[in-house]
Design a protein around this ligand. Sequence first.
Ligand SMILES: *Cc1c(COP(=O)(O)O)cnc(C)c1O
Length: 390
Amino acid sequence: MTAPPSGVVTRIPITAPLIGDQEIAAVAVPLRSGWLTQGPEVAAFEREFAEYVGAPHACAVSNCTTALHLALLALGVGPGDEVVTVSHSFIATANAVRYCGATPVFVDIDPATFNIAVAAIEPAITTRTRAILCVHQLGMPCDMTAIVAIARRYGLWVVEDAACAIGSELLVDGAWERVGRPHGDIACFSFHPRKVITTGDGGMITTARAEWDAHFRLWRQHGMSVPDTIRHGASEVVFETYETLGYNYRLTDLQAAVGRVQLQRLPEILEKRRAAAARYGALLGDVSGLRLPREPAWARTNWQSYCVGLPDASDQRSVMQALLNQGIASKRGVMCTHRSPAYLTMVWRSRDDLRESERAEDRSIMLPLYPTLKEEDQQRVAAALRGACA
Ligand SMILES: *Cc1c(COP(=O)(O)O)cnc(C)c1O
């Protein structure tokens, strides 16, 4: 890296992936072997991922959006169905419901965790409801015990949008369990660079049901009856068939090779993220009116993002601009899907019910947090934020 010109402060980005020589070396393996997609690296990444989260099955796909699409398809979500979810999420969450021809029904969030407000779920359930799609927003686990209890009472499926939540944990019957076992019926992960580990783009679907896992494997590769791993190794000629309408939702071996190294780095990444979050807590704890994120007693987040609620008197855009003027990137709170032009014609529950979602978008900001974030840079961020809130 070249040094910045003197007098110019270094920019602090919102995030930065932790990638090193090992990932670069790992990509060379499939490149040299010539097996570039849906091969041995993908299979190994799936095995290692399943083992890490404690899931019986893990199926790699092209990204978390396609993972969510396949998860909902496996549950039979289709036209006329409703899926209870949050508006306060990346737009891909609700889009996956629409890909199935179903309708997302938005409920509000709990401002303390930015996750679905458990008390708002039941009133949103109708005879058309088929599933609850909850989001472990910014890495913070949802209250899965409560959500699954409601789902079971109404005969609904539960999909976890765990895009941001690799390495996050839930306390279940006195023991910590990783998100993705899964605690609902199916969990979906993302490996986009904005997430905690990355393969450039990529996704993973975990479930305990062998039958759904088999569907995912068919669908991700055009509905083809014989996977490449079997066809290429066969000693007799094999003719494949196409059993069902499928998609091209494959992960490549290049991506999987990177993912395997990233998974090995994850403990170190989590430790550094947790240390950085604790430092923000110490640096910002006394800023009047600023609401810092906190883990419920039963949850451990991976701190995919560190999102703070601004004091009532401060303006979001001005605070962000003040940070930017000092070379510090920030992001506004998670956007509300129901406010996007792509959703203006959609039906959702009364806007008034989404007050906390809108407030979280308008009144909170995310601060830089990544494994290589330096302590002095965090001090700079804290000082700039303190000044902007004063
Ligand atoms: C990033 C994200 C997605 C989409 O993940 P991709 O891998 O980019 O498709 C879905 N849901 C949430 C909550 C996300 O943060």
